[in-house]
Design a protein around this ligand. Structure first.
Ligand code: GTP
Ligand code: SPV
Ligand code: MN
Length: 592
């Protein structure tokens, strides 16, 4: 059965059949019958485990190979025709060589197996900002996750019609061999090839591979932006809703901020927060000259550890049905799931994320992998924005950048204008997390949280940000802020309470956007006067503590400025001169 007469789609699918040699081809039509049948099959082979259907209806558990639990940045390649289009923050692989090696790995890779054809839309089907992809895979896990994370089915092919404007994604599990694992993007060919992995970020090709790496390149050419940003709306007591988009690196708080529940005092006064998206934003200039953003995804691929009724009740609620859990702990007593930070009661009879049966109370290893995840449908989220299905997007009033910094970066500051805001985004630095393989807790530069996701030269990406600003009238430009929830004290404890209390910082931003409050000028930007951050209801948090984390440490920033210049040097003549000037001006202000 095929579902389209689109010649380009049929050619692509046939090319994969010829190369990978499957025993059978199944087109994913979006019907429940087919998903049920595939789920049954995955349950029968043990690929998926059915959880307690009374407590967690429609929920499944999956464990990946122990060497395949996170994105692999050192095995991720941008295969642009010219090396100079890849840039110093990415790995480059010459397309001809990459294709040759990948095709040798893919040759016969599906022998004896079923090949699935997944037509998917990023963004509402047929929407003005949406784009279409086809993912070919041999993994039912991928099919069932793509169903949650994107819009999948025949209607996508109908929307595509005869067009050639679709991204070609090929995935094969192969032997899950880490030595032959490659995640390759071919921006000029609209193509992605991912082999030898079955971990989400590497194989759900609509997500980082398409919606960021390929789409960032498309956005540069078509004057829009693909960003690693959550989108949230804050409803004020006067019912006005202000939308903000925030870029934090992986596992640095996007899902949590996107689903924030304001502190009681705010709720009483009529403030509400709505989630439009938790990871990716596609942003385009709208008919009224403002920037509009959509969330191209259809679900949440969220970090499980640390998610609990206090930290993020909305995310937890979203995982209570039709959710796939990956690499969490399996509670054998009632066939449910558990992870570190869910509660203080690890299951005694437990299978840990590696598949080992243990007593969770006495186990010394982590029961869930630090990068264990839930794949939950967006519609499950109690605070999902009513604009979620609006293909034209929501108007953005603020861009927020942020990272995980134990020192130096204050709780919040505001950039002076668009170009200074781009500078602030470009100098972002953050401690690495378990979302990617490699050392955890090392500070590295991660411009706009896009270092692992920019599909072209980062210097050209900065230029694109500056060009986007130049296209928007000053009075319609979003304001730029930088936040850091992660300052620690001498014992290594987080100082700021974070989570729902981050509303107090967003509130200051709202007032800045409305022009209702003055700030304090510092060399790096405008910080709040301590009295302008509402601490009502925060009993054990003093104004002195707040002053401590609002302080701009000049000596620390002088070192930071030197580090920025070093980092900037790596871009050579691709660094926009506007940003070089920004770096100089920062040094002048710090020494003044
Ligand atoms: P990706 O899905 O990898 O892109 O991550 P993310 O940016 O969505 O991060 P997420 O919201 O899942 O948070 C990651 C970790 O940071 C979790 O363990 C959270 O509990 C923790 N976290 C989130 N927000 C805060 C905060 O405000 N303060 C503190 N201390 N921790 C936070
Ligand atoms: C991230 O690492 O930023 C994620 C998870 O959102 S992944 O899909 O693995 O990229
Ligand atoms: Mn992410």
């Amino acid at each position: 059965m095929t579902m389209t007469t689109n010649k380009k789609v049929l050619e692509f699918v046939q090319s994969r059949v010829d190369l990978c040699k499957p025993a059978k081809v199944v087109w994913i039509d979006g019907s429940k019958e087919l998903y049920d049948q595939l789920t049954k099959e995955a349950l029968s082979t043990g690929e998926m485990i059915e959880l307690n259907q009374e407590k967690l209806p429609g929920c499944l558990l999956h464990r990946t190979a122990v060497n395949d639990v996170a994105r692999v940045e050192n095995r991720t390649f941008i295969c642009s025709r010219k090396e100079e289009d890849c840039g110093p923050t990415n790995n480059w692989w010459e397309p001809a060589k990459a294709y040759a090696e990948l095709e040798s790995i893919l040759a016969g890779a599906y022998e004896g197996e079923t090949m699935y054809v997944i037509p998917f839309s990023m963004g509402p089907v047929g929407g003005p900002i949406s784009k279409i992809g086809i993912e070919i895979t041999d993994s039912i896990y991928v099919v069932l996750n793509m169903r949650i994370m994107t819009r999948v089915g025949k209607n996508v092919l109908d929307a595509l019609g005869d067009s050639n404007d679709f991204v070609r994604g090929t995935h094969a599990k192969c032997q899950v061999d880490p030595e032959k694992r490659y995640i390759c993007q071919f921006p000029e060919d609209n193509a992605i090839i991912s082999v030898n992995s079955a971990y989400g970020g590497n194989v759900l090709l609509g997500k980082k591979c398409f919606a960021l790496r390929i789409a960032s390149y498309q956005g540069k050419n078509e004057m829009w932006m693909a960003e690693h940003m959550l989108i949230l709306g804050i409803e004020k007591p006067n019912k006005e809703i202000v939308y903000m988009a925030a870029a934090f690196p992986s596992a640095c708080g996007k899902t949590n901020l996107a689903m924030l529940i304001p502190p009681e005092g705010y709720r009483k006064n009529g403030y509400k927060v709505f989630c439009v998206g938790d990871d990716i934003a596609w942003i385009k200039k709208g008919p009224d000259g403002r920037l509009y953003a959509i969330n191209p995804e259809n679900g949440f691929f969220g970090v499980a550890p640390g998610t609990n009724v206090k930290s993020n009740p909305n995310a937890l609620a979203a995982t209570q049905k039709n959710t796939i859990f990956t690499n969490v702990a399996h509670n054998m007593t009632d066939n449910t799931v558990w992870w570190e930070g869910l509660d203080k009661n690890p299951p005694e009879d437990c299978v840990d994320w590696t598949g080992k049966r243990v007593n969770g109370k006495t186990a010394t290893e982590k029961l869930a992998h630090p990068n264990s995840r839930f794949t939950a449908p967006a519609v499950n989220c109690p605070c999902l924005s009513s604009e979620f299905e609006n293909g034209a997007g929501v108007p953005i009033s603020a861009f927020i950048f942020g990272g995980r910094r134990a020192k130096t970066a204050p709780l919040v500051y505001q950039a002076r204008d668009w170009n200074n805001g781009v500078f602030v985004g470009s100098i972002m630095a953050s401690e690495t997390t378990a979302a990617a393989t490699g050392a955890v807790g090392v500070v590295r530069r991660d411009p706009m949280a896009m270092r692992p996701f920019c599909g072209y030269h980062m210097g050209d990406y900065f230029r694109h940000w500056l060009d986007m600003g130049a296209m928007i009238d000053k009075d319609k430009q979003p304001k730029f802020f930088n936040v850091n929830w992660f300052r620690t004290d001498d014992e290594g404890h987080f100082i700021w309470p974070g989570f729902g209390d981050n509303m107090r910082v967003l509130d200051w931003m709202l007032k800045r956007i409305a022009g209702e409050v003055e700030g304090v000028e510092t060399p790096i930007g405008v910080v709040p006067k301590a009295e302008d951050i509402n601490l009502e209801g925060l009993d054990d948090f003093s104004v002195e503590k707040l002053q401590g984390i609002l302080e701009v440490d000049k000596e620390g920033w002088k070192k930071e400025a030197e580090g920025i210049k070093e980092f900037y040097k790596t871009f050579g003549d691709k660094l926009p001169k506007e940003l070089a000037e920004q770096a100089d001006a920062l040094q002048v202000r710090l020494n003044g």
